[in-house]
Design a protein around this ligand. Sequence first.
Ligand code: GRG
Length: 298
Amino acid sequence: MVQLKQNPHPLRNDSFEQQLRSVSAELESVLRTILPPPNTRLHEAIGYSVLGSGKRLRAFLVLAAADLFSVPSEIALRVAAAIELIHAYSLVHDDLPAMDNAHMRRNKPSCHRAYGEATAILVGDALIPLAFQTLSSLPASKEVQGELIQELSRVIGSEGLVAGQMMDLNQEGPIATEEDLLTLQRLKTGVLFGFALEAGAILGNASASDREALKNFGLLFGRMFQMVDDWLDGCGDEKVMGKPCQQDKDKLTFLTLLGPQGLRKKVKETLKEALETLSPFGEKAAPLKEVAQYVCQG
Ligand code: GRG
Protein backbone atom coordinates (compact mmCIF):
# COMPACT_ATOMS: atom_id res chain seq x y z
CA MET A 1 0.00 0.00 0.00
CA VAL A 2 1.29 3.48 -0.92
CA GLN A 3 2.14 5.60 2.14
CA LEU A 4 0.04 8.76 2.10
CA LYS A 5 1.00 12.06 3.68
CA GLN A 6 -1.46 13.25 6.34
CA ASN A 7 -1.78 17.03 5.82
CA PRO A 8 -4.59 19.42 6.72
CA HIS A 9 -7.26 19.32 4.02
CA PRO A 10 -6.43 21.96 1.37
CA LEU A 11 -10.08 23.03 1.13
CA ARG A 12 -10.36 23.73 4.85
CA ASN A 13 -9.02 27.31 4.60
CA ASP A 14 -11.25 30.36 4.51
CA SER A 15 -10.72 32.28 1.25
CA PHE A 16 -11.08 30.73 -2.18
CA GLU A 17 -7.72 32.06 -3.43
CA GLN A 18 -6.07 30.53 -0.37
CA GLN A 19 -7.77 27.21 -1.11
CA LEU A 20 -6.49 27.29 -4.70
CA ARG A 21 -2.96 28.02 -3.46
CA SER A 22 -3.17 25.20 -0.91
CA VAL A 23 -4.35 22.73 -3.54
CA SER A 24 -1.52 23.84 -5.88
CA ALA A 25 1.08 23.43 -3.15
CA GLU A 26 -0.21 20.01 -2.12
CA LEU A 27 -0.44 18.90 -5.74
CA GLU A 28 3.11 20.03 -6.41
CA SER A 29 4.42 17.83 -3.59
CA VAL A 30 2.44 14.83 -4.82
CA LEU A 31 3.67 15.40 -8.39
CA ARG A 32 7.25 15.47 -7.13
CA THR A 33 6.77 12.01 -5.62
CA ILE A 34 5.30 10.70 -8.88
CA LEU A 35 7.71 12.19 -11.42
CA PRO A 36 11.05 10.51 -12.06
CA PRO A 37 14.05 12.42 -10.62
CA PRO A 38 15.70 14.78 -13.16
CA ASN A 39 18.50 12.29 -13.84
CA THR A 40 18.20 12.32 -17.65
CA ARG A 41 17.46 15.00 -20.23
CA LEU A 42 14.01 13.47 -20.80
CA HIS A 43 13.20 13.50 -17.09
CA GLU A 44 14.41 17.08 -16.82
CA ALA A 45 12.11 18.08 -19.69
CA ILE A 46 9.21 16.25 -18.00
CA GLY A 47 9.77 18.24 -14.80
CA TYR A 48 10.04 21.44 -16.85
CA SER A 49 6.62 20.77 -18.39
CA VAL A 50 4.77 19.63 -15.30
CA LEU A 51 6.12 21.41 -12.22
CA GLY A 52 6.08 24.91 -10.88
CA SER A 53 3.21 26.57 -12.73
CA GLY A 54 -0.28 26.19 -14.11
CA LYS A 55 -3.46 27.27 -12.40
CA ARG A 56 -4.22 23.69 -11.31
CA LEU A 57 -7.94 24.17 -11.87
CA ARG A 58 -8.50 20.54 -12.81
CA ALA A 59 -6.80 19.45 -9.59
CA PHE A 60 -8.94 21.84 -7.58
CA LEU A 61 -12.09 20.44 -9.20
CA VAL A 62 -11.15 16.85 -8.32
CA LEU A 63 -10.52 17.83 -4.70
CA ALA A 64 -13.72 19.84 -4.41
CA ALA A 65 -15.85 17.10 -5.99
CA ALA A 66 -14.25 14.36 -3.88
CA ASP A 67 -14.78 16.43 -0.74
CA LEU A 68 -18.55 16.34 -1.35
CA PHE A 69 -18.32 12.64 -0.48
CA SER A 70 -15.67 13.05 2.28
CA VAL A 71 -12.98 11.28 0.22
CA PRO A 72 -9.57 11.74 1.94
CA SER A 73 -7.66 14.52 0.19
CA GLU A 74 -4.54 12.32 0.01
CA ILE A 75 -6.35 9.98 -2.38
CA ALA A 76 -8.06 12.74 -4.38
CA LEU A 77 -4.70 14.49 -4.82
CA ARG A 78 -3.23 11.46 -6.57
CA VAL A 79 -6.12 11.40 -9.04
CA ALA A 80 -5.71 15.16 -9.46
CA ALA A 81 -2.02 14.57 -10.21
CA ALA A 82 -2.89 11.98 -12.88
CA ILE A 83 -5.22 14.48 -14.57
CA GLU A 84 -2.63 17.25 -14.39
CA LEU A 85 -0.09 14.89 -16.05
CA ILE A 86 -2.52 14.32 -18.92
CA HIS A 87 -3.24 18.04 -19.13
CA ALA A 88 0.52 18.77 -19.25
CA TYR A 89 0.97 16.24 -22.06
CA SER A 90 -1.83 17.86 -24.05
CA LEU A 91 -0.23 21.30 -23.66
CA VAL A 92 3.23 20.05 -24.70
CA HIS A 93 1.86 18.35 -27.79
CA ASP A 94 -0.56 21.18 -28.59
CA ASP A 95 2.38 23.62 -28.67
CA LEU A 96 4.38 21.55 -31.19
CA PRO A 97 5.18 23.01 -34.63
CA ALA A 98 2.83 20.50 -36.30
CA MET A 99 -0.03 21.66 -34.06
CA ASP A 100 -0.31 25.22 -32.69
CA ASN A 101 3.40 26.03 -33.01
CA ALA A 102 3.33 28.03 -29.78
CA HIS A 103 6.60 29.48 -28.52
CA MET A 104 5.53 30.31 -24.99
CA ARG A 105 3.59 28.33 -22.39
CA ARG A 106 3.06 29.19 -18.71
CA ASN A 107 5.29 32.27 -19.03
CA LYS A 108 8.30 30.35 -20.32
CA PRO A 109 9.42 28.83 -23.63
CA SER A 110 7.24 25.90 -24.62
CA CYS A 111 8.80 22.47 -24.12
CA HIS A 112 9.94 22.04 -27.74
CA ARG A 113 11.52 25.53 -27.72
CA ALA A 114 13.46 24.63 -24.58
CA TYR A 115 14.34 20.99 -25.35
CA GLY A 116 13.70 20.42 -29.07
CA GLU A 117 10.81 18.86 -30.90
CA ALA A 118 11.77 15.19 -30.55
CA THR A 119 12.17 15.50 -26.78
CA ALA A 120 8.84 17.36 -26.47
CA ILE A 121 7.04 14.56 -28.35
CA LEU A 122 8.62 12.01 -26.04
CA VAL A 123 7.72 14.06 -22.94
CA GLY A 124 4.06 13.81 -23.94
CA ASP A 125 4.47 10.10 -24.74
CA ALA A 126 5.93 9.49 -21.29
CA LEU A 127 3.32 11.51 -19.38
CA ILE A 128 0.38 9.44 -20.61
CA PRO A 129 1.52 6.08 -19.16
CA LEU A 130 2.70 7.86 -15.99
CA ALA A 131 -0.85 9.15 -15.46
CA PHE A 132 -2.31 5.65 -15.85
CA GLN A 133 0.37 4.14 -13.63
CA THR A 134 -0.64 6.69 -10.98
CA LEU A 135 -4.28 5.61 -11.21
CA SER A 136 -3.44 1.91 -11.19
CA SER A 137 -1.43 2.31 -7.98
CA LEU A 138 -4.12 4.35 -6.25
CA PRO A 139 -4.90 3.20 -2.69
CA ALA A 140 -8.52 2.43 -3.62
CA SER A 141 -10.53 -0.64 -4.59
CA LYS A 142 -9.85 -2.35 -7.94
CA GLU A 143 -13.37 -1.30 -9.03
CA VAL A 144 -12.63 2.38 -8.38
CA GLN A 145 -9.24 2.14 -10.08
CA GLY A 146 -10.82 0.38 -13.06
CA GLU A 147 -13.58 2.95 -13.47
CA LEU A 148 -11.13 5.84 -13.31
CA ILE A 149 -8.82 4.21 -15.85
CA GLN A 150 -11.66 3.30 -18.19
CA GLU A 151 -13.24 6.75 -18.09
CA LEU A 152 -9.97 8.66 -18.45
CA SER A 153 -8.87 6.54 -21.40
CA ARG A 154 -12.25 7.21 -23.01
CA VAL A 155 -12.15 10.99 -22.57
CA ILE A 156 -8.59 11.46 -23.83
CA GLY A 157 -8.88 9.11 -26.82
CA SER A 158 -10.03 9.38 -30.41
CA GLU A 159 -13.59 10.24 -29.35
CA GLY A 160 -12.42 12.81 -26.79
CA LEU A 161 -9.37 15.08 -26.51
CA VAL A 162 -7.64 13.77 -29.62
CA ALA A 163 -10.85 14.17 -31.66
CA GLY A 164 -11.06 17.76 -30.39
CA GLN A 165 -7.51 18.41 -31.44
CA MET A 166 -8.19 16.97 -34.93
CA MET A 167 -11.15 19.30 -35.30
CA ASP A 168 -9.19 22.28 -34.03
CA LEU A 169 -6.51 21.63 -36.62
CA ASN A 170 -9.21 21.53 -39.31
CA GLN A 171 -8.34 17.91 -40.07
CA GLU A 172 -12.03 16.95 -40.01
CA GLY A 173 -13.22 19.81 -42.22
CA PRO A 174 -13.79 23.47 -41.38
CA ILE A 175 -15.41 24.61 -38.12
CA ALA A 176 -18.32 26.44 -39.68
CA THR A 177 -21.25 26.56 -37.26
CA GLU A 178 -21.97 27.21 -33.59
CA GLU A 179 -22.72 23.51 -33.24
CA ASP A 180 -19.26 22.60 -34.65
CA LEU A 181 -17.71 25.03 -32.19
CA LEU A 182 -19.60 23.60 -29.21
CA THR A 183 -18.55 20.07 -30.20
CA LEU A 184 -14.93 21.12 -30.67
CA GLN A 185 -14.78 22.85 -27.30
CA ARG A 186 -16.55 20.03 -25.49
CA LEU A 187 -13.97 17.55 -26.81
CA LYS A 188 -10.91 19.73 -26.50
CA THR A 189 -11.64 21.31 -23.14
CA GLY A 190 -14.91 20.10 -21.61
CA VAL A 191 -14.39 16.37 -21.33
CA LEU A 192 -11.25 16.59 -19.18
CA PHE A 193 -12.99 19.02 -16.82
CA GLY A 194 -15.99 16.67 -16.87
CA PHE A 195 -13.70 13.80 -15.92
CA ALA A 196 -12.11 15.81 -13.07
CA LEU A 197 -15.57 16.21 -11.52
CA GLU A 198 -16.68 12.67 -12.29
CA ALA A 199 -13.47 11.32 -10.77
CA GLY A 200 -14.44 12.89 -7.44
CA ALA A 201 -17.80 11.13 -7.69
CA ILE A 202 -16.19 7.80 -8.62
CA LEU A 203 -13.83 8.05 -5.63
CA GLY A 204 -16.80 8.78 -3.39
CA ASN A 205 -18.98 5.92 -4.71
CA ALA A 206 -21.58 8.56 -5.53
CA SER A 207 -25.07 7.78 -6.81
CA ALA A 208 -25.59 7.77 -10.58
CA SER A 209 -27.54 11.04 -10.40
CA ASP A 210 -24.85 12.85 -8.33
CA ARG A 211 -22.20 11.57 -10.71
CA GLU A 212 -24.17 12.81 -13.71
CA ALA A 213 -24.79 16.21 -12.10
CA LEU A 214 -21.08 16.66 -11.40
CA LYS A 215 -20.06 15.58 -14.87
CA ASN A 216 -22.54 18.06 -16.37
CA PHE A 217 -21.16 20.80 -14.15
CA GLY A 218 -17.67 19.92 -15.47
CA LEU A 219 -18.82 20.11 -19.09
CA LEU A 220 -20.47 23.50 -18.53
CA PHE A 221 -17.41 24.66 -16.60
CA GLY A 222 -15.27 23.68 -19.61
CA ARG A 223 -17.54 25.58 -21.99
CA MET A 224 -17.41 28.67 -19.80
CA PHE A 225 -13.66 28.34 -19.44
CA GLN A 226 -13.25 28.19 -23.21
CA MET A 227 -15.54 31.18 -23.72
CA VAL A 228 -13.44 33.22 -21.29
CA ASP A 229 -10.26 31.94 -22.98
CA ASP A 230 -11.59 33.14 -26.35
CA TRP A 231 -12.50 36.50 -24.81
CA LEU A 232 -9.01 36.83 -23.29
CA ASP A 233 -7.35 35.82 -26.57
CA GLY A 234 -9.18 38.63 -28.35
CA CYS A 235 -9.39 41.27 -25.62
CA GLY A 236 -6.86 40.22 -22.91
CA ASP A 237 -3.35 41.20 -21.84
CA GLU A 238 -0.45 39.03 -23.10
CA LYS A 239 1.54 39.59 -19.89
CA VAL A 240 -1.30 38.28 -17.76
CA MET A 241 -1.98 35.38 -20.15
CA GLY A 242 1.68 34.26 -20.31
CA LYS A 243 1.28 33.58 -24.05
CA PRO A 244 0.66 35.66 -27.19
CA CYS A 245 -2.92 36.93 -27.75
CA GLN A 246 -4.89 37.39 -31.00
CA GLN A 247 -3.92 33.85 -32.03
CA ASP A 248 -7.48 32.94 -32.98
CA LYS A 249 -8.64 36.10 -34.72
CA ASP A 250 -9.10 34.35 -38.08
CA LYS A 251 -10.88 31.33 -36.58
CA LEU A 252 -14.49 30.76 -35.60
CA THR A 253 -14.44 31.26 -31.82
CA PHE A 254 -17.08 32.22 -29.26
CA LEU A 255 -15.77 35.78 -29.58
CA THR A 256 -15.89 35.99 -33.38
CA LEU A 257 -19.29 34.27 -33.34
CA LEU A 258 -21.02 36.30 -30.63
CA GLY A 259 -18.98 39.52 -30.32
CA PRO A 260 -17.71 40.81 -26.94
CA GLN A 261 -21.14 41.76 -25.54
CA GLY A 262 -22.91 38.63 -26.76
CA LEU A 263 -20.10 36.54 -25.34
CA ARG A 264 -20.31 38.19 -21.90
CA LYS A 265 -24.04 37.46 -21.85
CA LYS A 266 -23.44 33.84 -22.85
CA VAL A 267 -20.82 33.39 -20.13
CA LYS A 268 -23.29 34.68 -17.51
CA GLU A 269 -26.02 32.33 -18.76
CA THR A 270 -23.64 29.37 -18.78
CA LEU A 271 -22.49 30.20 -15.23
CA LYS A 272 -26.10 30.26 -14.05
CA GLU A 273 -26.77 26.92 -15.70
CA ALA A 274 -23.58 25.43 -14.21
CA LEU A 275 -24.46 26.62 -10.70
CA GLU A 276 -27.94 25.11 -11.02
CA THR A 277 -26.46 21.66 -11.64
CA LEU A 278 -24.89 21.91 -8.16
CA SER A 279 -28.20 22.34 -6.34
CA PRO A 280 -28.31 18.70 -5.09
CA PHE A 281 -25.15 19.37 -3.06
CA GLY A 282 -26.27 22.48 -1.17
CA GLU A 283 -23.74 24.40 0.93
CA LYS A 284 -21.08 21.73 0.50
CA ALA A 285 -20.66 22.77 -3.15
CA ALA A 286 -19.36 26.26 -2.19
CA PRO A 287 -15.78 25.61 -3.47
CA LEU A 288 -17.17 24.43 -6.82
CA LYS A 289 -19.38 27.51 -7.10
CA GLU A 290 -16.45 29.74 -6.23
CA VAL A 291 -14.12 28.21 -8.81
CA ALA A 292 -16.80 28.66 -11.49
CA GLN A 293 -17.25 32.32 -10.50
CA TYR A 294 -13.46 32.78 -10.42
CA VAL A 295 -13.07 31.48 -13.97
CA CYS A 296 -15.78 33.84 -15.23
CA GLN A 297 -13.90 36.88 -13.95
CA GLY A 298 -11.31 36.11 -16.67
C1 GRG B 1 -4.16 15.48 -27.99
C2 GRG B 1 -2.22 16.99 -28.61
C3 GRG B 1 -3.53 16.80 -28.02
C4 GRG B 1 -4.16 17.82 -27.55
C5 GRG B 1 -5.49 17.70 -27.04
C6 GRG B 1 -6.50 19.59 -24.73
C7 GRG B 1 -5.83 19.84 -26.01
C8 GRG B 1 -6.18 19.00 -27.14
C9 GRG B 1 -4.95 20.78 -26.16
C10 GRG B 1 -4.55 21.63 -25.03
C11 GRG B 1 -4.34 23.00 -25.44
C12 GRG B 1 -5.50 23.88 -25.27
C13 GRG B 1 -5.24 25.29 -25.69
C14 GRG B 1 -6.67 23.46 -24.84
C15 GRG B 1 -7.81 24.29 -24.63
C16 GRG B 1 -8.02 24.41 -23.20
C17 GRG B 1 -7.05 25.33 -22.58
C18 GRG B 1 -7.23 26.79 -22.78
C19 GRG B 1 -6.09 24.82 -21.88
C20 GRG B 1 -5.21 25.60 -21.01
O1 GRG B 1 -5.63 25.26 -19.73
P1 GRG B 1 -5.26 26.09 -18.43
O2 GRG B 1 -5.47 27.55 -18.70
O3 GRG B 1 -3.71 25.81 -18.33
O4 GRG B 1 -5.99 25.51 -17.27
P2 GRG B 1 -2.74 25.90 -17.07
O5 GRG B 1 -1.44 26.32 -17.68
O6 GRG B 1 -3.28 26.91 -16.10
O7 GRG B 1 -2.69 24.52 -16.51
